[in-house]
Design a protein around this ligand. Structure first.
Ligand SMILES: Cc1cc2nc3c(=O)[nH]c(=O)nc-3n(C[C@H](O)[C@H](O)[C@H](O)COP(=O)(O)OP(=O)(O)OC[C@H]3O[C@@H](n4cnc5c(N)ncnc54)[C@H](O)[C@@H]3O)c2cc1C
Length: 424
């Protein structure tokens, strides 16, 4: 595979700083070698560097090139599969799992403050309801949050309040949560990588890993270099390239995002005066928010496998106009796609391939906060603390041979089934 530059996203066009790390050449040594520099790899690398480990990160393309630099930038609380974990472990683990739901958000908050990362971070998030059953879920969740002493402002909103907040009557109410939020994910990812670098981590770009010698002290190989390390961490997620077994653990799903041109003050006053992120509860969900320079960013899934930005813009614009018909004159400036790693049981996969080769992947579209939690948990296990890693590791990944090969028909069928479930 030839290394690529960033995709043509709004984020790539509004980078604070383009990274230009060298290719890996020659033989190197590290305590930990991380393969993939998205949020999972960078977060683990930063935690390990803070703990004093000698870290080398190897990225096939550029830091944040994958889903981490393409996503909606919505900091959602919780992680996918948390209900399945609670069911498996029972009420004794309720507090431990509950606390992990918000930990990724707090890690982001801490990193942005501690390392002065400029990434348009804003707190405020609205889960909207489309049907009565969604409103019931919201009310139940609100009660659960109160009973767990959730530390941030939360409120159940009526239809009228929701209209006042986001200027559309598409929804029948919502849950406002000031502990969730939104940000510019590529600038966060690069800012965190640079923070790790200041603590001694070495980063190599344009260096796809092609194999690992699984010896007592494993060695990672790229075309022109190698790294020998006590521990290896694989974080290629939906873009993982070389290990067949790992590829079968997840289904790579295309997801799509557009942004408009910057909106006027009057438009912002109507559609999102409080600058909060919005997300609906459907399986094929739609989410939207304002960017730092006040464009409307909108994302969803469609049954499309290409990357033609004009097609993506056209398809998603129709959905924006359903919610905001008053934006019909607004230009769509960017459209792009990225791959989400979906797991069969929706539980993130934090596990081990070999005694000292670990992996972290499969956040099922819910990764901005979860990758930050996962990075911390992977740093814990590498530094000898197993408890939280084992909670995930004991839920073994369900492999589906050929998911990459049969990706298109599997996804088309999945999308159709989920659409039907959303209609019920
Ligand atoms: C369009 C889209 C919208 C999304 N919106 C949201 C959202 O709003 N909120 C949310 O919480 N989540 C969202 N997600 C999910 C979230 O972005 C991901 O869960 C998260 O970014 C995954 O991070 P990662 O580091 O595990 O993977 P990635 O960011 O994909 O990074 C993997 C990296 O590994 C590298 N790599 C792969 N193989 C090799 C190799 N052999 N050698 C070296 N490097 C390699 C790749 O080049 C890549 O840079 C979205 C995802 C997409 C695609």
């Amino acid at each position: 595979m030839r290394p690529s530059n960033h995709t043509g996203s709004y984020y790539a066009a509004s980078l604070n700083k383009e990274t230009n790390y060298p290719e890996l050449r020659g033989d190197h040594n590290a305590d930990v070698c991380i393969i993939g520099a998205g949020f999972s790899g960078v977060s683990a690398g930063l935690h390990l560097s803070e703990l004093g480990y000698k870290v080398i990160m190897i990225e096939a393309n550029k830091v944040g090139w994958g889903a981490s630099g393409r996503n909606g930038g919505e900091i959602i609380g919780g992680f996918s599969g948390d209900d399945a974990m609670l069911k498996k472990y029972g009420s004794d683990y309720d507090d431990l799992i509950w606390d992990m739901r918000w930990e990724g958000n707090e890690i982001i908050r801490k990193n942005v403050e501690k390392y002065s990362i400029s990434c348009d971070l804003k707190w405020g998030y609205l889960d909207v309801a489309i049907k009565k059953r969604h409103m019931r879920d919201i009310e139940n969740f609100y009660e659960a949050m109160l009973s767990h002493n959730y530390p941030h402002e939360i409120a159940v909103l009526s239809k009228q309040k929701t209209i006042e907040l986001i200027g559309t009557n598409e929804y029948i109410g919502g849950l406002l949560n000031m502990g969730n939020g939104h940000l510019h994910p590529l600038n966060l990812c690069i800012g965190e990588a640079m923070a790790a670098e200041t603590l001694g981590a070495k980063i190599f770009e344009s260096s796809p890993v092609i194999k690992i010698d699984k010896t007592r002290k494993p060695r990672v190989h790229t075309e022109k270099g190698s790294v020998s390390a006590d521990s290896i961490l694989l974080t290629g997620n939906a873009y993982h390239q070389f290990d067949k077994k790992m590829k079968n653990f997840i289904i790579p799903v295309n997801s799509f995002v557009i942004t408009t041109e910057p909106l006027s003050e009057e438009q912002i006053k109507i559609i999102n005066p409080e600058d909060i992120a919005v997300c609906d509860p459907n399986y094929i969900l739609e989410y939207f928010r304002l960017t730092g320079d006040k464009r409307l960013l909108f994302g969803t899934r469609i049954n499309y496998h290409g990357a033609n930005d004009e097609y993506i813009k056209r398809k998603l614009r129709k959905k924006v106009l359903r919610i905001y018909p008053n934006l019909s004159d607004v230009r769509i400036d960017y459209g792009w796609t990225g791959k989400i790693a979906v797991t069969i049981n929706h539980v993130p996969q934090l596990g081990r391939l070999d005694s000292n080769i670990y992996y972290s992947q499969g956040y099922s579209g819910h990764g901005v906060n979860t990758t930050h939690l996962a990075g911390k948990i992977m740093a814990e296990v590498i530094s000898g603390s197993m408890e939280r890693f084992d909670l995930f590791n004991k839920i073994k990944p369900i492999a589906i041979p050929g998911t990459h090969f049969f990706q298109k028909p599997i996804l088309a069928l999945g999308l159709m089934l989920y659409k039907i479930r959303d209609l019920l």
